[in-house]
Design a binder for this molecule. Structure first.
Ligand code: TYC
Length: 103
């Protein structure tokens, strides 16, 4: 098979604005076993939440099933999921987190 136009050249379009990277939400999922204090410590230690904010987020997840821990670029969101999941397992808790694209 031949290309329709073998003389076609690749064209690079310049943009004046740098594109912003897509952001990803780190979701915290509820479970019946992870202690509330552990979840609050995770939010304070890994997601730069105040103690008061962390309490509100943790209780919302506890009652609604899931909630947003923080919003980051993809790499950072995924590494938060990996790090916190590892800490939870090391402590013997089933806490689950996941990263999903915003919008
Ligand atoms: N439901 C847990 C409990 O009653 C607390 C909890 C909150 C667990 C949020 C996970 O993401 C979570 N101990």
């Amino acid at each position: 098979m031949t290309r329709p136009d073998s003389s076609a050249k690749t064209q690079t379009l310049e943009r004046t604005q740098t594109q912003k990277p897509r952001l990803w939400r780190v979701l915290l999922l509820n479970d019946d076993y992870t202690p509330m204090d552990f979840v609050v410590d995770v939010l304070v230690g890994h997601f730069r939440r105040s103690e008061a904010e962390a309490q509100v987020i943790m209780l919302a997840v506890h009652h609604k099933g899931q909630g947003v821990a923080g919003i980051y670029t993809r790499d950072i969101a995924e590494s938060k999921v990996t790090q916190v999941t590892g800490e939870a397992r090391a402590a013997g808790y089933p806490l689950r987190l996941l990263a999903e694209p915003e919008g």
